[in-house]
Design a protein around this ligand. Structure first.
Ligand code: ATP
Length: 434
């Protein structure tokens, strides 16, 4: 496994991911995606959408607004309880998330637990009381900035799904169990954003709220748990041995959850949460019904029975998936760095280039091949910079599985060299067989 520094450096050098607002000195916890990062991210999101939504009859998509009526966050409990334990060092005034100061701490850490923990910055032990710090970003909607105009940037995509549950039931009449899925930005004022894209203040989530009959929750939880593993291992290609499940104890679970399984991954920074699956009971629908005054009961089409469905929620973070994918793919070899991305996720599938840039007949032929491949695949790139060795090096670093090179022999017999990223082998192939 590579170091985080190597990943950060490759991502910046090759145009995957840059620090947010870099030109003005940065903005902690934000990251900007360059051309290759966007391509990779879109493919990961598309793979998720295809697997969980497009290829199933029981999960449907929604795309809710980021700004929501502030009652949303009262009903969901976020205004009261969406907080992390904050502690301040009285010596250097550094602020830290108390439960992250030692790996064995839980969310309920107190000042007593910190008695022998030195400040990571100044190494002194002089902690303030631990207090809850609400992580929602506040903003004002409309031209007047007073308490009546306060709104929040959503801290999770889930509530945009729950608040549309009734709209979907009333228009689509789906049978239970069914799921609603959403991908989109979420904002959390993390006390200490860190570890590259692992902990951001602006991140992207992919969440499913799966509505089930209350008595079936355990069975449905298992099905979704298996689906998540299948997606991570067989669609995204993460090694099974690097994925570990953790049953989250009651005191560490979110306020709404009766069971949570964290799916952890062996990241370069250590083993930590990649995604989670939570049984949210009827907590959300019940609270939305109470706060909106609307009846959210589901009516069984055959028996006529009415009840509030319970919910299982698989929740993925796009950035953590990207970090897992990149860290598994990254390899340093004797004379090259190579990104062994799965072919389906690589920003480019083929790179086409003429052996020599200054031979118009090679360039023209290469352009023809490039066009031909383009007609079949969208993600074909062109590279005629530097010499062929440098081009291979660059394409290896950005994870392009195949380089197609047009040389003088191509002009004679319409064959090209196909050079493979993974073992650097080269084969001669007819253009028509590409
Ligand atoms: P953590 O314990 O690491 O703070 P969490 O348990 O609060 O995460 P959830 O609220 O369950 O996270 O969010 C679901 C998923 O969203 C996480 O598994 C993670 O992949 C992603 N996620 C949450 N917060 C962040 C963040 N600040 N930066 C990047 N991804 C995040």
């Amino acid at each position: 496994m590579t170091s985080l520094d190597n990943l950060v450096s490759l991502c910046k050098r090759r145009g995957f991911i840059f620090p947010g607002s870099d030109i003005y000195g940065g903005m902690a916890g934000t990251w900007d995606y360059g051309p290759l990062g966007v391509a990779l991210k879109r493919k990961v999101k598309e793979a998720w959408w295809n697997y969980f939504v497009e290829s199933r009859d029981d999960i449907f998509g929604v795309d809710a607004a980021i700004l929501m009526n502030p009652t949303t966050w009262v009903a969901s409990g976020h205004t009261k309880t969406f907080s992390d334990p904050l502690v301040e060092c009285k010596e250097c005034h550094g602020r830290f998330r108390a439960d992250k100061l030692r790996p064995d701490f839980t969310a309920n850490v107190s000042a007593d637990d910190l008695k022998d923990v030195p400040c990571p910055t100044c190494k002194k032990i002089a902690w303030s009381e631990v207090r809850p710090f609400n992580m929602m970003f506040e903003t004002h909607v409309g031209p007047v900035s007073d308490s009546s105009s306060v709104a929040y940037l959503r801290p999770e995509t889930a509530q945009g799904i729950f608040t549309n549950y009734k709209n979907v039931v009333d228009t689509l009449y789906p049978d239970l169990p069914f799921g609603l899925a959403q991908q989109g930005k979420a904002f959390r004022n993390e006390i200490s954003p860190r570890d590259f894209i692992f902990r951001d203040r602006e991140c992207e989530q992919m969440e499913i709220e799966y509505f089930v009959r209350p008595e079936n929750w355990e069975e449905e939880f298992e099905k979704l748990r298996k689906m998540c593993h299948d997606f991570l291992e067989n669609v995204i290609g993460l090694p099974e041995g690097m994925i570990h499940e953790e049953e989250v104890p009651a005191e560490d679970r979110a306020h709404y959850s009766k069971r949570t399984v964290d799916v952890n991954f062996d990241f370069p920074i250590g083993t930590d949460e990649l995604m989670g699956i939570a049984y949210r009971t009827d907590f959300d629908l019940k609270n939305i019904a109470d706060h909106s005054g609307k009846n959210l009961d589901y009516r069984d089409k055959i028996t006529g029975e009415t009840f509030l469905p319970h919910v299982i929620e698989p929740s993925f973070g796009v950035e953590r998936l990207l970090m897992a994918i990149l860290s598994v793919a990254y390899a340093e070899e004797k004379d090259r760095t190579v990104l062994r991305l799965p072919e389906s996720l690589a920003p480019y599938r083929f790179c086409v280039s003429p052996l020599l840039k200054n031979k118009p007949e090679l360039v023209e032929k290469a352009k023809e091949v490039h066009k031909k491949l383009r007609e079949k695949y969208i993600n074909v790139t062109w590279d005629d910079s530097g010499n062929i060795g440098k081009r291979y090096k660059k394409q290896d670093e950005i994870g392009t599985p195949y380089c197609v090179v047009i040389d003088f022999e191509t002009l004679e017999n319409n064959t090209v060299t196909v050079r493979s990223r993974d073992d650097a082998s080269q084969v001669r192939t007819k253009i028509s067989d590409l």
